[in-house]
Design a protein around this ligand. Structure first.
Ligand code: IPM
Ligand code: MG
Length: 363
């Protein structure tokens, strides 16, 4: 099993180090190789996704990714910005299926900005299509406006598009995931306005006929954004396009109190995957040793389950994370009165201790 480790920028290095530490105590044989990605790769090699990094990612069974981005790169030409690294990995590895669970841990119910009763027990799975839509649609660019009231004026444009196979494959992913949960899928679209999303809705409905045991409903994205804060527990599996998924997954993540807790997986057709926390590089707290490493540690668990076929090891990590929360350990982002504030490294050490302690008790 080969893992490409790409820590990236900001808090990326700190949180990935903790996840690597956790992976190393599982008594599994991994080959782990680290490479530069994002802003740090631009600084060292002149490109956010250097050839060597892409090659390593392609060869590996899984990529463990930290985060990329820093304000200092915002003025670079788009192709050199750190975000292009993650978009390039998604495109080059064909990582079309993005799983973003939003789970509210019992001990963190109060950390949510919503009333505890609305989020207690929350467990939503957002499945975001990741390689199509307006993110990658061509043509795009700037030009003199060809028509309309402002013909001749400078304009910018992007293209929203989806092919039938792209919608079909993500719909299958969603229905199959729903079969392992409560057998409900909400497909989020904007069919009332956009041709692309009327097509989306039609194709998802067709695919749904192959899953008569799964209940499918459809919701416009504006309503979905509203329902997520009104009655989030009404959702189970949500499937949507690349841009709506980007927005709704951040909203759903915040319902749980801390985006610092949420892992994500991006898979291609051969179960090769990229695993990263749902949060970003947080340059404001980078290097301070206070970032929450749990989202990255939980991403490593998803990696074991989805790409490395080690479900038992994944369970061990997830249960260790619950243990440390039960012990009252909290990084600053999830800290509250009566709990113990710890730093990044201490949190990682506590997860390692919870894993090894259980191993010892068992044997
Ligand atoms: C995400 C991020 C990315 C996206 C950015 C960094 C390109 O917001 O993974 O949600 O828009 O997909
Ligand atoms: Mg996003």
């Amino acid at each position: 099993m080969k893992i490409a480790v790409l820590p990236g920028d900001g808090i990326g290095t700190e949180i990935v180090a903790e996840a690597v530490k956790v992976l190393q105590v599982l008594d599994l044989q991994f080959e782990m190789e680290t490479a530069d990605v994002g802003g740090v790769a631009y600084d060292r090699h002149g490109h956010p996704l250097p050839e060597a990094t892409l090659k390593l990612a392609k060869e590996a069974d899984a990529v463990l990714f930290g985060a990329v981005g820093d304000w200092k790169y915002d003025k670079l030409e788009r192709q050199f910005r750190p975000e292009q690294a993650i978009l390039g990995l998604r495109r080059n590895l064909g990582l079309f299926a993005n799983f973003r669970p939003a789970i509210c841990y019992e001990q963190l119910t109060h950390a949510s900005s919503l009333k505890p009763e609305l989020v207690s027990g929350l467990d939503i799975l957002i499945i975001r299509e990741l390689t199509g839509d307006i993110y990658f649609g061509q043509p795009r660019g700037r030009r003199a406006s060809p028509d309309g009231a402002f013909a001749g004026a400078e304009e910018a444009f992007d293209t929203m598009r989806y092919t039938r196979p792209e919608i079909e494959r993500i719909a299958h992913v969603a229905f199959q995931a729903a079969r392992k949960r409560s057998k409900r899928v909400t497909s989020v679209d904007k069919a009332n306005v956009l041709e692309t999303f009327q097509f989306w809705k039609d194709v998802v409905t067709e695919v749904g006929q192959q899953y008569p045991d799964v209940k499918l409903d459809h919701m416009y994205v504006d309503n979905a954004a509203m329902q997520l804060v009104k009655q989030p527990k009404a959702f189970d599996v949500v499937v949507t396009g690349n841009m709506f998924g980007d927005i709704l997954s951040d909203e759903a993540a915040m319902l749980t109190g801390s985006i610092g807790m949420l892992p994500s997986a991006s898979l291609n057709a051969s179960s090769q995957g990229l695993y990263e926390p749902s949060h970003g590089s947080a340059p404001d707290i980078a290097g301070k040793g206070i970032a929450n490493p749990l989202a990255t540690i939980l991403s490593a668990a998803m990696m074991l389950r989805f790409s490395l076929n080690q479900p038992h090891a994944a369970d061990r990590i997830e249960s260790a994370v619950k243990d440390v929360l039960a012990q009252g350990l909290r990084t600053a982002d999830i800290w509250s009165e009566g709990t113990r504030k710890v730093g990044t490294r201490e949190m990682g050490d506590a997860v390692v201790a919870a894993i090894t302690k259980k191993t010892i008790t068992k044997s």
